[in-house]
Design a protein around this ligand. Structure first.
Ligand code: T5A
Length: 230
């Protein structure tokens, strides 16, 4: 049978993005959240930006090698946009449409902060690119992990060991301080979508705060909607 009826229709999955400066613990927390969702029998896909689809992973390699920086801030921004376009259309949107939750390590707020607030790329270019790449797709929840810059840099350095810092890790401390300010501004300006979480505790302590936000803002709301459909 190829047709569909009402019983085939999935409710859209929830879209959660994780944001923050270098070494804030996004990858760690996203994986811990995926485990908790699994225990609740909620199907979730963990993905990341730049990257997350075969085409976007190639672009990720170009950007993080520093090649994109050589092309200038606007061209580097176009690379992020090209990667996002492929990722959204080939991975994120299809998963959400099947009712799968998508947990994405960085998304459009990273562009707003890294390329916009800190990189000074024209806001009109950024909003045009957002319109093309994500359209009206907005995260249901954005978890912003907030950590003193020095602590994040130490965590990132410990994780990378003897490897060289990547394109953005190699920037100076004032760059990273501006990133932190940029994220705090987004959290303050969009409180319905964003939650700012102090990421300075242990992994378990931070995970509890993330879980409380997901439960309170998404899971309980979803259950209430099932019990009291509009
Ligand atoms: N970028 C990205 C843009 O400029 N524009 C864009 O539009 C997009 C999408 C991506 C880079 O691209 C830029 C931003 C980035 O610079 P990346 O390699 O994906 O680069 O790196 P990041 O996203 O910055 O992530 P990191 O790998 O640096 O850090 P995470 O994921 O925040 O941190 P995580 O979980 O790997 O933890 C780092 C270390 O700390 C430990 C972990 O075990 C790990 O060793 N740790 C803790 N230690 C103590 N206490 C805790 N609570 C800890 N939590 C984790």
């Amino acid at each position: 049978m190829t047709g569909s009826d009402a019983t085939d229709v999935h409710p859209r999955g929830c879209f959660i993005t994780f944001e923050g400066g270098e070494g804030a613990g996004k990858s760690t927390q996203i994986n811990l959240l995926a485990e908790r969702l699994d225990a609740e029998h909620i199907r979730a896909l963990v993905t990341r930006e730049p990257g997350g689809s075969p085409g976007a992973e190639i672009i990720r390699h170009i950007i993080l090698s520093g090649m994109g920086k050589l092309l200038g801030p606007e061209a580097e921004t176009l690379l992020f946009a090209a990667a996002r376009d492929d990722h959204v259309h080939s991975v994120i949107a299809p998963a959400l449409a099947q009712g799968i939750w998508v947990l994405c390590d960085r998304f459009a707020d990273s562009t707003r902060v890294y390329q916009g607030k800190v990189g000074q790329v024209d806001a009109r270019l950024l909003s045009s690119l957002e319109r093309v790449t994500i359209g009206c797709l907005r995260p249901d929840l954005t978890v912003i992990l907030d950590l003193p810059v020095e602590d994040g840099m130490k965590r990132a350095a410990a994780r990378r060991g003897a490897d060289a810092p990547d394109r953005f890790e190699a920037e100076d401390i004032s760059f990273h301080q501006k990133l932190r300010e940029g994220y705090r501004e987004i959290a303050a300006s969009e409180p319905e979508r964003c939650i700012l979480i102090d990421a300075s505790g242990t992994q378990e302590q931070v995970a509890e705060k993330v879980w409380a936000a997901v439960q309170g803002r998404l899971i309980e709301t979803a259950h209430a909607a099932q019990v009291n459909p509009a």
